[in-house]
Design a protein around this ligand. Structure first.
Ligand code: SF4
Length: 454
């Protein structure tokens, strides 16, 4: 699987599939999750987790603040320069953690902890320390907990990285996006290559187990030549993981994206070629292509897990440690708890007011029925293992299986007796194929997060 050779998508194929390149809808889409799912329902669900101490937990924490707005941003974030505003948020977050802890019991081990935003490292040292302490007051963060945090290189320092490491974070993801000044100017995010390099080497010297970069293709002013110089610079630094997302335009939710002139965006074919360029560059440099859009060093646990068929995916991303329950904390955070998909209220003021009233700040939720669960299992297996055994599809995904198999004539899948496999060509279009057949991708959307794009 890891030796798949890159190919190019023909313009004809891309044209046929480009209409599916959009945030997808899972079964059922978050928009269809019931708004009638209440805080009381959530409390009952959490108490079920409390009755099953053997079930494992992941925590997703959302920090919705930034010092300024990048023009491509699709995240749930608020621009503030008021540190007390962040203190108030942490007050509310502490109350939410306390409510969750009361429902499931204090002291449960945490398998995976992920802090995202917004800009989590916009918090000052005292706030970052408080953030970890408030979680630790109700949950056990262990040395073996997979604890990760997203950081903006423009807001960090050696001292901050040392603090994060001392607080138990072992993985850090840096928002790099693109290193070309012309592209950076067009997206309102200036960060020199020297700055990114300095931060990267600081994190290396401090001893983080894993350093990840986020890149975005499809940005204004990006050309094959400019993107190649970004790729070359990134590869020369050799981060452990690189996630390469497509710029996603959603101006109805993110109106500031109107400031990006659509005439300066690469067209569909150019976008595709940029991604192919990334694939070729990373594979040629010894990286392994994991899942849809992630590249990791071949020693990385994700590469090993993919090779051994153990790769998992949850609302935090690709993982080797898929917990039984993912609890979302903070405004807009999504989770999956004891068979329910749940999303917190995404409006910051409403989220805070609900907590102030002592309510769980739930916006919507959905109890996964057995068919939902099997469909999610099938699509999760497909995006992790690039194949779909017939037995996983039978009875829940039959029509989709049949339609996917029909793409054999386009060279996108190989059909065997009891499974179908995605071909190297099909891999480029896997997101489109899965989106066509709904499924799984709305976790990003549920986080109001088009990409992990700090
Ligand atoms: S892209 Fe990241 S840093 Fe920029 S505004 Fe959005 S959340 Fe903040």
């Amino acid at each position: 699987m890891t030796s798949m050779m890159p190919v190019e998508i023909s313009p004809e194929l891309l044209t046929r599939f480009s209409r599916f390149d959009r945030p997808g809808m899972p079964p059922p889409a978050p928009d269809a999750w019931a708004e009638s799912f209440s805080g009381e329902d959530y409390c009952r669900t959490l108490k079920e987790v409390g009755r099953h101490p053997d079930e494992t937990l992941a925590l997703y924490l959302h920090i919705p603040f930034c010092p300024g707005r990048c023009l491509y941003c699709g995240c749930n974030t608020t621009v503030t320069h008021n540190s007390q505003r962040i203190d108030s948020y942490l007050d509310a977050l502490e109350r939410e953690v306390g409510m969750v802890g009361d429902a499931i019991g204090t002291g449960r081990d945490v398998l995976q902890l992920h802090v995202a935003g917004g800009t989590p490292n916009y918090l000052n040292d005292a706030q970052l320390t408080r953030l970890v302490e408030l979680v630790s007051s109700r949950f056990r963060i262990l040395p073996e907990t997979d604890a990760s945090i997203e950081c903006d290189p423009r807001r960090t320092s050696a001292g901050q990285l040392e603090l994060l490491h001392a607080l138990g974070f072992r993985r850090v993801t840096l928002g790099v996006q693109d290193l070309e000044p012309r592209v950076q100017r067009s997206i309102g995010r200036i960060q020199s290559i020297d700055l990114v390099r300095d931060v990267y080497w600081m994190a290396r010297e401090i001893g983080f187990d894993s350093i990840g970069f986020d890149l975005i293709y499809g940005l204004p002013e990006q050309t094959a030549a400019s993107f190649q110089s970004t790729l070359d610079a990134v590869i020369e630094m050799a981060p452990d993981r690189v996630a390469c997302f497509g710029y996603s335009r959603g101006t109805s939710l993110a109106m500031h994206q109107h400031a990006i002139d659509i005439h300066r965006l690469p067209d569909d074919m150019e976008r595709q070629r940029l991604f192919e360029q990334a694939v070729k560059s990373f594979l040629a440099s010894g990286y392994v292509w994991v899942g849809l859009d992630t590249f990791v060093l071949d020693t990385d646990e994700l590469a090993i897990a993919q090779d051994e068929g153990r790769l998992g995916h949850n609302c935090i991303g690709y993982t080797t440690m898929k917990a039984d329950n993912t609890i979302g904390l903070g405004t807009g955070a999504a989770g999956e708890v004891h068979g329910h998909c749940v999303q917190n209220e995404p409006n910051l003021a409403i989220w805070e007011a609900m907590i102030e009233r002592g309510e769980f700040p739930i916006a919507r939720g959905h109890l996964l029925n057995p068919t939902d669960r099997r469909r999610r299992e099938a699509i999760g297996y497909l995006i992790c293992n690039l194949e779909l055994p017939l037995e996983l599809a039978e009875g829940c995904f039959d029509e989709e299986y049949r339609r996917l198999a029909a793409y054999a004539s386009d060279g996108l899948v190989d059909v065997e007796d009891n499974k179908l496999r995605i071909t190297p060509t099909g891999r480029y279009l896997l997101r489109h194929l899965c989106t066509e057949h709904e499924a799984y991708f709305a976790w990003d959307r549920a986080r109001w997060h088009f990409s992990r794009s700090l």
